[in-house]
Each structure stands twice: as structure tokens, then as C-alpha cells.
Design a protein around this ligand. Structure first.
Ligand code: CP3
Length: 321
């Protein structure tokens, strides 16, 4: 078991480090990114997730951004033209993201549990590049996707090659598993996923899976997309908290693993409520091998640490064989 965003603002130790450093500074300083990655392991998680952000590759590609206070990411010059897409660089991760690979190497010296590396999937990265930040309906992204399919294909091809290289570099540096975050792909109809996303994700995952490390393929709001996401690839399919895990696994097929899917907001209630929700995910997984216990999306900053401790303990006790 591990939690998405397990290193972050719900922890006092993390907030302390953030008082004097920005998120990007933490990511770019391997010693500090290592320290932050290790912080949540005191709760007993079975894996560490590299502290970084899915947006990091965008800057060396030529799309600078910042994390504005209280607003999330802001891309300085959102994509509005084909010329901007053609100017994006296909980076070499060793050259352009050396700090991420150094963090992985430092972590591998310290860790007694496996290390999960990650990247954003091309649709989710494209949505930030085009919308300029978070979006309610992805209207600009879809305008380009539906209205200028050649430009969309060029953008997705460039992003896919960057993500493929970046994930391979993380595995070469020592990552034991990889998660691909296609966080916002649940906003697409299945036919549009098939046409505009599937070919690119498939290309990335088919290549990364030849390294032999397990690949977790995750998105939010993906009830109608689970079979397509499975077909696009992934050793393990991440399931969001709105989809019953037993139904999801049946549809995905028991030859794949599943990850999930407790509602992160159930950690905001009492300890007993949190444990009841954790048990619901365990019951749905039915003691089958191949279930990675996780939340259905990232942990929220308001989460009481005592509930995290209680759920980790409960899952370990209840799933001990
Ligand atoms: O899971 C982990 O512990 C590893 C670290 C991690 C971060 N971002 C650090 C972070 C991971 C895996 C991510 C992935 C990421 N980043 C995603 C995909 C995951 C998901 O939630 O679906 C996305 C969409 C991003 C882009 C991003 N980064 C946004 C939209 C925000 C702002 C959101 C917010 O809650 O303010 C971030 C900031 C960010 N990245 C934080 C952390 C811990 C917030 C903490 C801070 O500002 O210090």
C-alpha cells in the first residue's frame, strides 16, 4: 500500500520545508527531494513515490511555468498556435532533468521499500499546456483536439516521446515501478479516448513495459474508460474512488493488477469512518493477489495524520496472510 501525494501538505514536516522553499526548489534539490520523499514512510507505507511533479519536463521543452500561490500551476505562454507546438523540444532527460535522476539515485541508497517513479500522460500534460493551468471543462484542449487534429497529433507525438524517454531514464536510474498519471482523461468519451489518446499512451507503455518494471496506469473519472485504458497498457490499472473496485477488476480482467480506491475525503472524517472506507476497498478486492491498496486520488492537505496512521495499520493487519 501507498498513497498518491503521500509526501505533502498534510504533514507538518513537509510544511516546515515549504516555509523556506518553493515546490520547484524542492524538486530541483535532490537532497531535499529525497528527504521529502522519505518523510511519509514513518507511517509504514510499503513503497515510496519520488517527490517531483508531472509538469517538470515542460520547462526544458520550452514551456515555462510557475506554481502561483493558491492557484496551482500557471503556464506562462499557453499553446494557441501550431508554431508553438513545432517549437517544443524533445528533451534528453539526462541533460534536462538531471536533478530528478539524481534524486532517484540518492533514494535508492536510502530506501528499504520499492521506489515508484512517475510521469504525466500526454493528454494530461497537453491539457496544462493548452489551458495554461487547471480547467473545469478542457474546452481549449478539446477545441484543438477536435478542430485541429494534425496539430493535436504533433503535440501528442512530441509529448509521448518525452514521456517515454523520461520514464526509461527513471527506470535506468533505479525506479522499481512507474505510475503514469493521466489524471484528467476521464473527461473524454470512450470514442474520443480511442482516437485521440490511446495510440500515444499505447506507444509509451509498450516501450516502458519492455524494461520489466511494473507500470501503473491511472486516471480519475475513468469508469467508462477502464477497458480502453487497460488495452492501452499497464501492468496495474489505477481505479478512482467513484468506481466500485470489484466491478472495475472484473471488467479489467484478473490478469492485470488493480490499484485503489478509497475516497481520499473519507480520511477527513473520524478514524472509524476512515477504517470502514479502507475495509470497503479491501472487501471489494476480495483478497485476490494483485491489489495495491491506495486512495482513488491524491490525499488532501486537510487530512489528519492520525487517520493516515490508522488506515495504514488497518490495511496491514486486515491483509496479512
Ligand atoms: O505523490 C507524491 O507524493 C509525489 C509527488 C507528486 C506531486 N505532484 C507533488 C506536488 C506527484 C505524483 C504529483 C503529480 C501531479 N502534479 C499530478 C498528477 C496527480 C494528480 O493529482 O492527479 C498533477 C495533475 C500535477 C500538477 C500539479 N502539481 C497541480 C495541479 C498542483 C497544485 C494542486 C494543489 O493541490 O495545490 C501541483 C502542486 C503539487 N505537486 C503539490 C505537491 C505535493 C502541492 C504541494 C505544494 O504546493 O507544496
Amino acid at each position: 500500500m501507498w498513497f498518491m501525494r503521500q509526501a505533502g501538505r498534510y504533514m507538518a514536516e513537509y510544511r516546515k520545508i515549504r516555509e523556506t522553499r518553493t515546490l520547484i526548489e524542492i524538486c530541483k534539490t535532490p537532497e531535499i527531494a529525497t528527504e521529502v520523499t522519505l518523510q511519509p514512510l514513518k507511517f509504514g507505507f510499503d513503497a515510496a513515490i519520488l517527490f517531483a511533479d508531472i509538469l517538470l519536463p515542460l520547462e526544458p521543452m520550452g514551456a515555462s511555468f510557475e506554481f502561483a500561490k493558491g492557484e496551482g500551476p500557471v503556464i506562462h505562454e499557453p499553446i494557441v498556435s501550431r508554431a508553438q507546438i513545432d517549437r517544443l523540444r524533445v528533451i534528453d532527460p539526462e541533460e534536462s532533468l538531471p536533478y530528478v535522476l539524481s534524486t532517484i539515485k540518492l533514494l535508492k541508497r536510502e530506501l528499504e521499500v520499492p521506489l515508484i517513479g512517475f510521469a504525466g500522460a500526454p493528454f494530461t500534460l497537453a491539457s496544462y499546456l493548452i489551458e495554461g493551468g487547471k480547467s473545469a471543462n478542457f474546452a481549449k484542449t478539446k477545441r484543438l483536439m477536435f478542430g485541429a487534429p494534425d496539430a493535436w497529433a504533433a503535440l501528442m507525438t512530441t509529448l509521448s516521446e518525452v514521456v517515454r524517454r523520461y520514464l526509461r531514464a527513471q527506470v535506468a536510474a533505479g525506479a522499481d515501478a512507474i505510475q503514469v498519471f493521466d489524471s484528467w482523461v476521464g473527461d473524454l468519451a470512450p470514442a474520443d479516448y480511442a482516437e485521440f489518446v490511446h495510440p500515444y499512451v499505447h506507444r509509451i507503455l509498450a516501450d516502458v513495459q519492455t524494461t520489466g518494471v511494473p507500470v501503473i496506469h491511472f486516471g480519475v473519472g475513468t469508469s467508462t474508460l477502464l477497458e480502453s485504458m487497460r488495452d492501452a497498457g499497464g501492468t496495474v490499472i489505477g481505479v478512482d474512488f467513484c468506481t466500485p473496485l470489484d466491478e472495475a477488476w472484473k471488467r479489467i480482467g484478473y490478469d492485470r493488477g488493480v490499484q485503489g480506491n478509497m475516497d481520499p475525503c473519507a480520511l477527513l472524517a473520524t478514524r472509524d469512518v476512515a477504517i470502514r472506507h479502507a475495509q470497503r476497498a479491501l472487501d471489494a478486492a476480495g483478497n485476490r493477489p494483485g491489489h495495491i491498496f491506495n486512495l482513488g486520488h491524491g490525499i488532501t492537505p486537510e487530512t489528519p495524520v492520525d487517520n493516515v496512521k490508522a488506515v495504514v495499520e488497518h490495511v496491514h493487519q486486515a491483509s496479512a496472510r
